[in-house]
Design a protein around this ligand. Structure first.
Ligand code: HEM
Ligand SMILES: [Ca+2]
Ligand SMILES: [Ca+2]
Length: 286
């Protein structure tokens, strides 16, 4: 049922040889303009790949306007994740050749993606379902070394009572950033995930959570649960170890259940790929 080569390195070598360079260039430009976009890309890897597969190209999403007039599948895959490199993280060569799914995943999203206050058992189990082991989960959550969390996700740890698990000095900062028990939905109120190195994907996250400065319940649990704590300590000590595990886990995540070749999911209405989309992509950028 799975025709074609599946996911491979440099899938577009023949059909669109400039593809990876074009994207790399676009990513650099976007990052230069809005550093925050890199956080979204990183998060998208999780949110896209974890739910069925990486079937919407996260990098092309950022230049979506150019292509979206055509409401066809975009046949482009996620690629080298320059977003991670831009954040100072490791370079992770990724395979390409994914097709976009056409099925709305909103209905199954909650079955896959853990919530901010999910128990560690559920989190570990959900990741294990796609082949990511405990050190892999610990490494992936290191993504919370960049970006932000909106107050709506945090106020339950501050009001009506402050969660005693939180570091008191951090509580002060959080209260300052989230002064209202019910945040005004229009006000953009948030706390940075990592106050120390907010723009760098580094192992500072692990030091934060060991210091009870994890924002989400899952962050805090990661540092306290006996299954994950040993890895948290190891990653807090060694950036190399963190990067190694992070790269390994991102690779597994990116290859989760890929929709490649002419394979069609029984429950999806995926249309067979025509190479015209690739050609259009190449054409538009030239
Ligand atoms: C148990 C698993 C996870 C949970 C419950 C979770 C939950 C969250 C929540 C609630 C936020 C805050 C969103 C906001 O308020 O704007 C967030 C931010 C973020 N998450 Fe996760 N996350 C998880 C795992 C991951 C993984 C595996 C990655 C990537 C590999 C990731 C990457 C990010 C990034 C980069 C941000 C910052 C986004 C931004 O600044 O726009 N998360 N996460
Ligand atoms: Ca997906
Ligand atoms: Ca950081």
């Amino acid at each position: 049922e799975n025709e074609g080569p599946g996911l491979v390195m440099n899938y577009y070598r023949d059909s669109c040889p400039q593809a990876e360079d074009i994207i790399k260039e676009q990513v650099k430009l976007l990052y230069k303009r809005h550093k925050n976009t890199a956080f979204s890309w990183l998060r998208n890897i999780f949110h896209d790949c974890f739910v069925e597969s990486c079937d919407a190209s996260l990098l092309l999403d950022s230049t979506r306007r150019m292509l979206s007039e055509k409401e066809t599948d975009r046949s482009f895959g996620m690629r080298n994740l320059d977003g991670i490199v831009a954040l100072g993280g490791p370079y992770i060569p990724l395979k390409t050749g994914r097709r976009d799914g056409r099925k709305s995943r909103a209905n199954i999203l909650e079955q896959h993606l853990p919530d901010h206050n999910e128990s560690m058992s559920v989190v570990l189990e959900r990741f294990a379902n796609i082949g990511i082991d405990t050190p892999g989960v610990v490494a992936l959550l290191g993504a919370h070394s960049v970006g932000r969390t909106h107050c709506v996700k945090l106020v339950h740890r501050l009001y009506p009572e402050v969660d005693p698990a939180l570091n008191p000095t951090h509580v002060e900062h959080m209260l300052h950033k989230c002064p209202d028990a019910i945040p005004d939905p229009k006000a953009v109120q948030y706390v940075r995930n990592d106050r120390g190195t907010p723009m760098k994907l580094d192992n500072n996250y692990y030091r934060n959570i060991l210091d009870n400065k994890g924002l989400l319940i899952v962050d805090h649990q990661l540092a306290t649960d006996k299954r994950t704590k040993p890895y948290v300590k190891k990653m807090a000590k060694s950036q190399d170890y963190f990067f190694k595990e992070f790269g390994r886990a991102i690779t597994i995540l990116s290859e989760n259940n890929p929709l490649t070749g002419t394979r069609v999911r029984s429950e999806s209405s995926a249309i067979l790929q025509t190479s015209s989309i690739e050609v259009t992509l190449c054409f538009k950028h030239l």
